[in-house]
Design a protein around this ligand. Structure first.
Ligand code: GLU
Length: 509
C-alpha cells in the first residue's frame, strides 16, 4: 500500500435501521474516497451481540443500493482485508488485549455487576452521581492492580468472569488534530478505564474498532460527532500498540428543524418527515417511514443530505453523486450542528422531478395512469404537471382534471373572482373558441390576447374563470396547454356544464 492511499470506512453497528445521519456519514466517507481515488469500506461492528437486530445489516445494504453508494470492500462484496463483519474476526482481537496487559496498558477486572452497582450507589449517596471506574477508584476495586498476582492467576485459572480494562494514565494531555475541529486536547483525568475486552471472548467497540482500522489500513476515520469523546481513548490505544494513528474527522450533528437538539429516530414521523432512507418495521410492528416509500428520488435525498453539514462554497445547489465526489472536501464541512430542513428537502425533490424527462416520468407512472390514455398523452400529462409536482404521484393526483371533468369548483376562487359580468365575458370567449380551426396552445393564446385587448380587459378577469370552468381549480399549468390537451369539444362542453353549475350556485346564494 502506498503511504498516502486513502482508505475510509463506514462502520455501523447493526442495532436497528440506518438513520439518515448514518447515511450522511457513509456518504461523506464515500465522497472523500472517490475524491481521492481511494477505497470506501463497509464494516459491520456487531461485537455487542446483545444489541444485534435481525435485518439491520440487510437494511444498510439495501439503503446503500437505493442511494447509489457502492462500497469497494465489505460483506458480500469482498476485498483483501476481510472478513468485514467483526463477529467473524473474533479471533483477531484477543492477542491485542493480551499485548496491552503485558505492557501494563490494561488490566483484568473481576468486579461483578452487583459490586459495581454497589459502588455507584454508595458514590451517589456521597453526592457523586457519576461514579467512574478510573485512575482513582480502580484502587478500591477487585482487579489485577489491587489483588496479589497469585490470586489473579487462580481467578483466571478457575474461569472467573473478568473484563480487561484500559489503564488510563493519570493527568496526561491527549492531543490529536481533527480534520474538521482542529486541535483537540483532553486530559486523561477526565477519562475512565473503559472495558476493552469482555469475558465472553468478545472485544468491546473500542478495541475492535482500532484493531480493525489498523488491520484494514484505514487512513481517515470520518464519523459522527457522538464519537468524539471516544477519540482520546482510541488515540491512546494506537499509541499503546505503537501503531500509526489514522486521521480523524468528526462530523457535525444533525439537528431538529427548530435547531433544538439532535434529530432522533422518533422525530421523523412525529414532525411529519422521514428520518430513514427506507421504511422499517420493528418486530413490535411499529413503522418508521422512509424517503424511498414517501416518493423521494434517491438523487434528491443524497443531494439534500450532502448539504447537511457541507457546502461547496458556491451558489450551486444541484449536484449529482459524481459532481459531489468531485466537489467534496472535509475543509468545507462545518463544525456546528446542521439543521435539518424538511421544506428544503422537498425543494430538492421538486428540482429533480422537473429535470426528469417527461418520457421517463411517464414510464415511472405507467401503472398509475387511468386506462385509455395514449403514450403521447401520458407524456404530455407529465410535461404539463411536473413543474408543480413534488412527488410523481402528484402528477396524476393534481392533474385529475386532465382525465375527468371537474365535479366541483373551488369555492374560494369562485367567491373572489366570479363577478356579475363574468358569465357574459366567458360566453363571448366561447364564441371565439367555437370558430377556431387551429386549436393549438399558441393560437389559443394569441386569440385570447386579442380578445382581451378588444374588450380592454386584464388577463385575470377571464383567464381565471376560464380555468375554473375547465379544471375546477384556481391554479395549474398554462391554460392554453391544458386546452390543447383536452381538445376543443371537451373544453367547450366543460365550459357549458361549468356555467350551468355555477349559475345554479350563484342563484341559490
Ligand atoms: N460502530 C460505531 C457506530 O455504530 C462506529 C463508530 C466509528 O465509526 O468509529 O457508529
Amino acid at each position: 500500500m502506498s503511504l498516502n492511499k486513502v482508505r475510509v470506512r463506514f462502520a455501523p453497528s447493526p442495532t436497528g435501521p440506518l438513520h439518515m445521519g448514518g447515511v450522511r456519514t457513509a456518504l461523506y466517507n464515500y465522497l472523500f474516497a472517490k475524491k481521492h481515488k481511494g477505497t470506501f469500506i463497509l464494516r459491520i461492528e456487531d461485537t455487542d451481540q446483545t444489541r444485534f437486530v435481525k435485518g439491520a445489516q440487510d437494511y444498510i445494504l439495501d439503503s446503500f443500493k437505493w442511494c447509489g453508494i457502492t462500497p469497494d470492500e465489505g460483506p458480500g462484496i469482498g476485498g483483501e482485508y476481510g472478513p468485514y463483519i467483526q463477529s467473524e474476526r473474533k479471533d483477531i482481537y484477543q492477542k491485542y488485549a493480551q499485548i496491552l496487559i503485558d505492557t501494563d496498558k490494561a488490566y483484568y477486572a473481576f468486579d461483578t455487576s452487583d459490586e459495581l452497582a454497589k459502588m455507584r450507589d454508595e458514590a451517589k449517596k456521597m453526592g457523586m452521581p457519576n461514579w467512574q471506574y478510573n485512575g482513582v477508584s480502580r484502587m478500591n476495586m477487585r482487579n489485577s492492580l489491587t489483588l496479589p498476582q497469585s490470586e489473579v492467576d487462580t481467578l483466571i485459572a478457575n474461569n472467573t468472569p473478568y473484563v480487561i480494562r484500559m489503564k488510563m494514565p493519570r493527568n496526561e494531555d491527549v492531543r490529536f488534530e481533527d480534520e474538521i475541529r482542529g486541535w483537540v486536547v483532553v486530559n486523561t483525568n477526565n477519562l475512565d478505564d473503559k472495558v476493552l475486552f469482555k469475558s465472553d471472548g468478545m472485544p468491546t467497540y473500542h478495541l475492535a474498532n482500532i484493531v480493525d482500522d489498523h488491520a484494514m489500513e484505514i487512513s481517515h476515520v470520518i464519523r459522527g460527532e457522538e464519537w468524539l469523546p471516544s477519540a482520546p481513548l482510541h488515540v491512546l490505544l494506537y499509541d499503546a500498540l505503537n501503531w500509526k494513528r489514522p486521521k480523524f474527522a468528526h462530523l457535525p450533528l444533525l439537528l431538529r428543524p427548530d435547531g433544538n437538539g439532535k434529530l432522533s429516530k422518533r422525530d421523523g414521523d412525529r414532525l411529519g418527515f422521514p428520518v430513514f432512507p427506507l421504511d422499517w418495521t420493528t418486530i413490535e410492528g411499529e413503522l418508521y417511514s422512509g424517503y424511498r416509500e414517501k416518493g423521494y428520488f434517491p438523487e434528491a435525498f443524497i443531494n439534500m443530505l450532502a448539504f447537511l453539514g457541507w457546502n461547496p462554497g458556491t451558489q450551486q445547489e444541484i449536484f449529482s453523486l459524481e459532481d459531489l465526489s468531485n466537489a467534496f472536501s472535509l475543509a468545507r464541512v462545518s463544525k456546528g450542528g446542521a439543521k435539518f430542513d424538511p421544506e428544503k428537502t422537498k425543494w430538492f425533490q421538486q428540482q429533480y422531478i422537473r429535470s426528469t424527462h417527461d418520457e421517463d416520468l411517464a414510464n415511472m407512472l405507467e401503472k398509475h395512469f387511468p386506462k385509455g390514455l395514449s403514450n403521447s398523452e401520458k407524456v404530455t400529462v407529465c410535461s404539463l404537471m411536473k413543474e408543480r409536482a413534488t412527488f410523481i404521484e402528484d402528477i396524476i393526483k393534481d392533474g385529475a382534471y386532465l382525465f375527468d371533468r371537474p365535479k366541483a369548483y373551488d369555492e374560494k376562487v369562485l367567491a373572489k373572482k366570479w363577478k356579475s359580468h363574468t358569465a357574459g365575458l366567458i360566453k363571448d370567449w366561447v364564441k371565439i373558441i367555437e370558430d377556431l380551426t387551429d386549436f393549438t396552445a399558441t393560437n389559443l393564446e394569441s386569440k385570447f390576447k386579442a380578445f382581451l385587448e378588444e374588450k380592454e380587459l386584464g388577463f385575470g378577469a377571464v383567464l381565471l374563470p376560464f380555468r375554473l370552468l375547465v379544471t375546477g381549480v384556481g391554479a395549474g399549468p398554462g391554460m392554453f396547454d391544458i386546452s390543447e390537451f383536452l381538445g376543443k369539444d371537451e373544453v367547450l362542453e366543460r365550459i357549458e356544464s361549468g356555467l350551468l353549475h355555477i349559475e345554479e350556485i350563484k342563484n341559490e346564494a
